[in-house]
Design a protein around this ligand. Structure first.
Ligand code: PAF
Length: 298
């Protein structure tokens, strides 16, 4: 596995790569969720690049940039075991040198859901992902459904800026009791980790009701709130039933598909999770719009 930190070297190595390139951007501290993206990328492409970069610009001033868990040695071992070709670990001072002033922002999607709690977060995400796309020039880029808003924003970014690549959204990987895998689960004590299963229970309750024919968005939101209220450790930030395309809160009846999502604090961790109602990532049809079948593989 080749390890690259320099931006110039990444450009130069990329110029000489042959075949389809699959790219998995990460902030490291890898878990099974990341590895599922890497395995999918490995299965679908001749070359797999994984980036590890804890991007400072997507953290707010009172967020966990300094304490964000890191274990580069372990990450590199795991990626080598998965047969990754290139691990790209750029330096913050190279990506954001003094005088840096270019940002990539979307108008609406970043203002909803997570954007209401984490202003500026998605500006950091869309900027770094754009930079990483320019450095790695992938044919396919892999994101987890766990961060649904992020994945939908990147999908929009790729369309709006005409990137010639397919955004592949992969299913959330869960612990046996339902907690979605996340590097931030590290902040939970063993007891809190058990209790954090309440997030998925709440989402499943809404999903079951939807599947049984319930279409009143507020009824589904209330089912989630009621479930969360039974867990004394859960401090709810938001519970949402939103339109999957606009991320606008659905005021009354769900007419097509919807995103059920929530953000909850338990102990020191801020946890997010979601399920899609009446849709799956494959029904979003990203490949047909973005991947240009004739694109050269170099
Ligand atoms: O999902 C993440 O880990 C990050 O937001 C990403 C996409 C790697 C950008 O820093």
């Amino acid at each position: 596995m080749k390890q690259i930190s320099s931006l110039a070297e990444m450009h130069q190595v990329r110029r000489n790569l042959q075949g389809r390139v699959g790219f998995v951007p990460t902030m490291g501290y890898l878990h099974e969720g990341h590895l599922s993206l890497v395995r999918r990328a490995r299965a679908e492409n001749e070359v797999v690049i994984v980036s590890i970069f804890v991007n400072p610009t997507q953290f707010g001033p009172n967020e966990d940039l300094d304490s964000y868990p890191r274990d580069l040695e372990r990450d590199r071992t795991l990626l080598a075991q998965e047969g990754v070709d290139i691990v790209f670990m750029p330096r913050a001072e190279d990506l954001y040198p003094p005088g840096y002033q270019t940002w990539v922002t979307l108008e609406d999607l970043p203002t909803k859901l997570e954007g209401t709690q984490r202003p500026g977060h998605f500006r950091g995400v869309t900027t770094i992902v754009t930079k990483l796309f320019n450095l790695t020039r992938p044919h396919r880029a892999y994101f987890g459904q766990k961060d649904a808003q992020q994945a939908l924003i990147i999908r929009r970014l790729v369309r709006d800026l005409n990137f010639d690549l397919a955004v592949v959204i992969c299913p959330t990987v869960r612990e046996p009791h339902g907690l979605a895998m996340s590097s931030r689960n590290e902040y939970l004590t063993p007891q809190e980790r058990e209790r954090a299963a309440v997030l998925y229970r709440a989402l499943r309750r809404a999903q079951n009701a939807y599947e049984a024919g319930e279409r009143h968005a507020e009824v589904l939101r209330q089912l989630m709130r009621d479930t969360l209220a039974k867990e004394p450790l859960a401090r709810v930030e938001y519970v949402s039933i939103a339109d999957l395309n606009t991320l606008e809160e659905i005021p009354a009846i769900i007419s097509g598909s919807a995103l059920a999502s929530l953000a909850v604090r338990i102990g020191k961790a801020r946890l997010i999770d979601n399920v899609w109602l009446g849709a799956t990532p494959s029904t979003l049809d990203t490949d047909s719009e973005n991947a240009t079948p004739g694109r050269s593989t170099t």
